[in-house]
Design a protein around this ligand. Structure first.
Ligand code: NCD
Length: 303
């Protein structure tokens, strides 16, 4: 039995297989609509979510399965002091697979050690978010046709932004990828990740200025400043509008730039950018459902 806690739990070959399956589901949805008949997915969300939870639920429904779960910690026995281990041992008696989001880094990993069914990490604190990365990878594959030899700009809250951490880990495994990390000093990528990148010889640069690096980017991954992970509101207010992508700023960008964002957006991308053909963030939303369908099939070992 396998869980997905970190994106590198999947090999590069397995990621290619998942992408192939997702593309096949997009092309032939009817082939898949009974694959998970009589199977149940539980979504255990101890933190707010729109896309991740609903895309998991839509994914299971489109596979012909059913869903149970809760969407806030105060709707569960966590509010009475139950441990995540006991919660998943219980839910594992009702469901065949569990998607879990938790504010504490490492909670899904702990859960996977006690769970009788596969656990999918749907976001753990400021740490990782592997299924958003799968959605991002499917989007990059469909837009760019490759993962190698790309210059990838990551902009905004690179410290607390878990989607960025998982995306760096995933793309670091392909040849010729160069990361351009654009953030305020206080929101730089965590030191442990910088050390990992240096140790593994990953090509990167850090900058404060989005404008300066715009012309070289193939992908621009914007992120929200993660208010809920700040220790004080004053710091959040000072940093929240550090980067706002507008049509003006896109003037120097490549014609085939791919603008991405895991969403929700607050202020980081002006609404006017949505109509630019380079805006890919709503494609990411749609791709997220298909790649989660592929992942559920894989972890449930459905043919
Ligand atoms: C992200 C998350 O939860 O980390 N959202 C998502 O799952 N698409 C990004 C965010 O909340 O800023």
């Amino acid at each position: 039995m396998r869980s997905l806690i970190d994106i590198v739990d999947l090999s590069v070959e397995e990621i290619t297989e998942l992408i192939d399956t997702a593309n096949d589901i997009i092309a032939n949805p009817e082939k898949y609509c009974e694959k998970c008949r009589h199977k149940k997915l539980a979504t255990l969300f101890f933190e707010p979510s729109t896309r991740t939870r609903l895309s998991f639920e839509a994914a299971m429904l489109e596979l012909g399965g059913n869903v149970i779960g809760f969407s806030a910690a105060n709707n569960s026995s966590a509010a009475k002091g139950e441990s995540v281990s006991d919660t998943v041992r219980t839910v594992g008696c009702y469901a065949d697979i569990i998607a879990m989001r938790h504010p504490k880094e490492g909670a899904p990993m702990i859960a996977s050690m006690r769970s009788p069914v596969p656990i999918i990490n749907a976001g753990d604190g400021g740490h990782n978010h592997p299924t958003q990365t799968l959605a991002d990878l499917l989007t990059i594959q469909r837009e760019k046709g490759r993962f190698d030899h790309l210059t990838v700009g990551l902009c905004g809250d690179l410290k607390f932004g878990r989607t960025v951490h998982s995306l760096i880990h995933a793309l670091s495994r392909y040849e010729g990828v160069h990361f351009v990390m654009i953030s305020p000093e206080e929101l730089r990528v965590p030191e442990y990740m910088i050390q990992e990148m240096q140790k593994n010889g990953i090509s990167y640069e850090e900058t404060r200025s989005l404008e300066e690096v715009m012309p070289q980017l193939d992908i621009l991954y914007m992120t929200r400043v993660q208010r809920e992970r700040f220790f004080n509101e004053a710091d959040y207010i000072r940093l929240k509008d550090s980067y706002i992508l507008t049509l003006d700023k896109l003037e120097t960008a490549k014609k085939d730039l791919c603008v991405m964002h895991p969403l929700p957006r607050v202020n980081e991308i002006s609404v006017a950018v949505d109509d630019d053909p380079r805006a890919c963030y709503f494609k990411q939303v749609s791709n997220g459902k298909y790649i989660r369908m592929a992942l559920i099939l894989k972890l449930l070992e459905v043919e």
